[in-house]
Design a protein around this ligand. Structure first.
Ligand SMILES: [Zn+2]
Length: 469
């Protein structure tokens, strides 16, 4: 055993230092599976042995969600692909696929504790399309076998109506995915490294708030979470669409989670505690030190709110301003920002409350426009809180800035028994920015420039209250 490893090491060493001897080891290499770059364990590489591109089989099989069993004594790996078992043994060219024996052109090897197999085997026996870019050292794998993949169930709605993912946040160890329609999430937990894979069949990216690169994938900044290595998202499949989000964890005993759908958002909570046998944390530590801010654009969808003097629904003003606040706070490193809606949808008021409470938000800000049709001269900005002194303090801070930004009459900070600020458990305010029934107020409220100023005032007020900057 030791000798083999030494030999392997030596031969690898020779491969590295003698790249022109017909064999070469790629120095840095990447594997893309259906457009998503696979995260290779450290030291694991795509390697070339006897002109065969060799890839780490475990990472690939696990990402395809095949069950992988490694038998250390037999130095054998068994991969359960749908209903067929593939059996590969180190240093043996003979492999079993279902009950058929097949011969590999190069035997599987162990490199840095990981079995590598020829790419051709993966292509021929596992039904993947394979491409090797020798210049860039990139392996492209495309999954052609979709028979066992979760897809939109036929007959269950129109397959052409795709759901769009518009926002992905990780707040208080909860993954929050905003969608404009339905997708039945498929959750899988994987080991080495521990991760939770969330697949959203029938979903593609809409106007995503988070960055997407040209390969249609990206990552969230989760540096503040000690047990979360990475949260990455990708368009796993184009047709039919499938968005995949992977939460990679470390130092957890088991990946555990609970899932919930509130206000069209899929919320996956990793705060759940496992059996407390071991003294080490079994789940990620909740406190990232980041503040969770929930912005609530009033009304939406089938609830237009009031109608402005120019005949426009209030919901549009509320959303336009709220999206500007979102843009200002989205890249704030100390804030996780979640919108109750970021499109023309209607989360009910209890859902808005439930969302903020579920996320254990630090601040809740609801944005509205006032309206008194019977007295079109009514004008000004007013801010509501409900009873809690923390809410009152937040109201005072934002109100002062908002009045200045709007340049309208100061109607004051008021106690108001309004559901969204009453039933939320954190500091919560409801802003009545101006009167949509007033010609002058309405003109300011529809101006992009004034909206920017108001958004800045709200964002600055939130930051001041939270003690950021
Ligand atoms: Zn309203």
């Amino acid at each position: 055993m030791k000798k083999t490893i030494l030999l392997l090491f030596l031969s690898l060493f020779l491969l590295v230092v003698l790249p022109n001897q017909g064999n070469a080891a790629a120095s840095t290499s990447k594997i893309f599976l259906d457009g998503e770059e696979l995260i290779l364990p450290s030291d694991v590489q795509v390697t070339i042995v006897n002109k065969n591109v060799m890839i780490p089989i475990r990472v690939v099989a696990e990402n395809l969600k095949f069950k992988v069993d490694w038998n250390q004594n037999a130095r054998n790996v068994k991969i359960q692909q749908n209903d067929k078992t593939i059996s590969l043994t180190v240093d043996q060219k003979q492999a079993m696929v279902a009950d058929k024996q097949v011969t590999l052109n190069t035997a599987p090897l162990i490199l840095n504790n990981t079995m590598v197999v020829p790419i051709r085997f993966v292509s021929e026996q596992m039904g993947l399309n394979v491409k090797w870019n020798n210049k860039e050292k990139i392996v492209y794998l495309i999954n052609t076998d979709t028979s066992k993949e979760p897809t939109i169930e036929p007959g269950n709605g129109s397959p052409t109506s795709l759901t769009h993912v518009t926002d992905i946040q990780f707040a208080n160890n909860q993954l929050v995915v905003s969608m404009d329609g339905e997708s039945k999430p498929v959750m899988t937990t994987l080991k080495n490294p521990d991760r939770l894979v969330v697949d959203l069949p029938g979903a593609v990216f809409g106007d995503l708030s988070q960055p997407l690169n040209q390969n249609m994938n990206g990552k969230l900044d989760v540096d503040a979470y000690p047990n979360v290595t990475e949260v990455r998202y990708s368009l796993f499949k184009q047709d039919p669409g499938q968005v995949r989000i992977v939460v990679e964890l470390n130092h957890v005993k088991d990946v555990q989670y609970s899932q919930n759908i509130i206000a069209d958002k899929l919320i996956i909570d990793l705060n759940v505690s496992g059996d407390n046998v071991t003294p080490v944390p079994v789940t990620p530590v909740g406190d990232s030190g980041r503040k969770v801010v929930v912005i609530d654009p009033g009304h939406g969808g089938r609830d237009p709110g009031s109608t402005s003097i120019t005949n426009k629904p209030e919901k549009e003003y509320n959303l336009a301003l709220a999206l500007k606040v979102q843009a200002l706070l989205l890249n704030e490193p100390d804030i996780e920002l979640v919108m109750t809606r970021d499109g023309d949808t209607y989360p009910t008021r209890p859902e808005r409350v439930q969302l903020a409470n579920q996320l254990n938000a630090d601040v809740f800000v609801s944005i509205h426009g006032n309206n008194v049709e019977s007295s079109p001269q009514a004008t000004g900005t007013e801010t509501f809180y409900y009873q809690r002194s923390s809410s009152k303090e937040l109201a005072n801070i934002i109100h002062q800035r908002l009045v200045k930004a709007m340049g309208l009459k100061d109607r004051g900070v008021k106690n108001g028994n309004l559901e969204v600020i009453r039933d939320t458990t954190m500091p919560a305010v409801l802003l009545e920015v101006g009167f949509l029934s007033n010609v002058m107020d309405e003109e300011l409220m529809s101006s992009d420039v004034v909206q920017m100023k108001a958004a800045q005032a709200i964002a600055d007020g939130i930051k001041e209250y939270l003690g950021i900057n």
